[in-house]
Ligand binder design. Structure first.
Ligand SMILES: Cc1ncc(COP(=O)(O)O)c(C=O)c1O
Length: 426
């Protein structure tokens, strides 16, 4: 659609557009919608795909003959670790299969690092005067909340299409020993959909850091969550770091939250032998073993790594049309207006929408008043502060397709209205 950019409209045309959008917004409010695009959750249709889990496992013993109903097996079921090692391009020995949340595993790692130090720390991080983390932005809100809860200061770097701005990261970490780590969502990042290239990963794996115990929290939550047939392969961070002489730098996290059940999946870490021993030593003080029954039913359900890949194609068939719909509505309603840019992700769970700077909070407030819940503006930034008030994260997987359409029509109206208001006030 060849609409005119707001910046090119005459004052009269702008006033007319503002009136038109106000009327459209009143109509929107009158519809009494109740729609939610806030969180990246699977829809019930996606969850249904894994319902055979409810009838598994058929056995009480794992492949080695161990009774999964009993205590033990802290590192997790060997056959499930082998399956996910293949999918994450690591060795089974490097993998720990845990409980139902990778975020909890990240939290455990951070808490243990603060209390006891990492495997290569001279002292607990908590004894340092200050602990800081590099956070590519926009990023995952829960990463930031977790750091904030532990009093870890956050420094931002831009997230680019090929991953974090590696030069900016390298410049920060080179001389500042208080910078102990960084986050990366390497594949189909939350929320930008970016894919960290092998080159960027290699730079981060090899860069000199003033902190000898610098850690990369490599959160590969969307490693297998392709939206197209062109399946991105994540960079080999463990191999790259090991080759660069920093085997203990990365810790990889993943889970089946958006593969099987979001509340009852299995989470994993993958890391060097040193990190795995460190992790298990701390884990063992508070656990006699994971839920192996759940791990076994996952192993039986998928059967093999290929079984997981095949399962992900079924997810793709359900959610790819919702992402296409977001793009269609935004393109038709906002294309050419110069009021927004957005990505068309090839995987993951989010669309990253950038609206006219200074209007993101207004858009979210307008949408809320019209019954469309959006993630609060600023959520994808540390301390919830988007310096440009421009970024909005859209999560289209959970609502049915018709609701995605209705919600996006509404969002487009709010984006245009907020932009027209700002232009008219200028
Ligand atoms: C980047 C990222 N990491 C981790 C999680 C949560 O993972 P889990 O369910 O394994 O705790 C999410 C969920 O939205 C996410 O987007």
């Amino acid at each position: 659609m060849n609409a005119t950019a707001l910046a090119d409209l005459s004052a009269d045309d702008l006033a007319a557009l503002l009136e038109e959008q106000r009327a459209a917004y009143d109509d929107l409010k009158a519809r009494g919608l109740k729609l939610d695009l806030t969180r990246g959750k699977p829809s019930s249709q996606q969850l249904d795909l894994a319902d055979d889990l409810l009838r598994l496992p058929t056995s009480t013993k794992d492949a080695s003959g161990t009774d999964v109903r009993n205590y033990g097996g802290l590192q997790g079921l060997q056959e499930l670790r082998e399956m996910f090692a293949e999918l994450l391009w690591v060795d089974a020995d490097q993998v720990v299969a845990g409980g139902n949340s990778s975020l909890s595993m990240m939290r455990d790692c951070l808490v243990w690092m603060m209390l006891f130090g990492a495997v290569d720390s001279e002292r607990p991080w908590g004894r340092e005067e200050k602990v800081r983390f590099v956070c590519p932005v926009p990023g995952y809100d829960r990463h930031f909340t977790l750091l904030e809860s532990l009093g870890i200061e956050m420094l931002t770097v831009p997230m680019r299409e090929d991953g974090p701005d590696a030069e900016a990261v390298a410049a920060l970490v080179a001389d500042d020993p208080s910078i102990k780590g960084m986050w990366i969502v390497p594949t189909y990042a939350n929320p930008t959909g970016a894919i960290c290239s092998q080159e960027v990963a290699a730079r981060l794996a090899a860069m000199p850091t003033a902190a000898p115990d610098f850690k990369i929290f490599w959160d590969n939550a969307y490693a297998l969550h392709h939206l197209t047939a062109d399946e991105a392969k994540s960079a080999d961070i463990l191999t790259l770091a090991s080759a660069a002489g920093h085997p203990d730098r990365p810790i990889m996290f993943a889970s089946t939250s958006k593969i099987s059940y979001a509340g009852a999946g299995v989470a994993f870490i993958a890391a060097s032998a040193g990190n795995v021993s460190w992790y298990l030593a701390h884990l063992g003080t508070g656990s006699i073993g994971p839920d192996k029954v759940n791990q076994l039913r996952h192993a039986e359900f998928f059967g093999s790594a290929q079984g997981v890949r095949d399962h992900m194609v079924k997810h793709r068939e359900i959610i790819a049309p919702k992402f296409a719909e977001v793009d269609r509505v935004l393109s038709e309603r906002l294309g050419g207006r110069g009021v927004a840019t957005w990505n068309t992700p090839t995987g993951g769970y989010f669309v990253n929408l950038d609206v006219v700077p200074g209007t993101a909070s207004r858009v979210v407030a307008l949408a809320k008043e019209a019954g469309i819940a959006l993630t609060p503006a600023g959520s994808s930034f540390p301390y919830k502060r988007d310096p440009d008030d421009t970024n909005i994260r859209l999560a289209p997987t959970m609502p049915p397709l018709e609701e995605v359409t209705a919600a996006m029509e509404g969002v487009a109206t709010c984006v245009l209205l907020a932009a027209a208001e700002k232009a008219a006030a200028a």
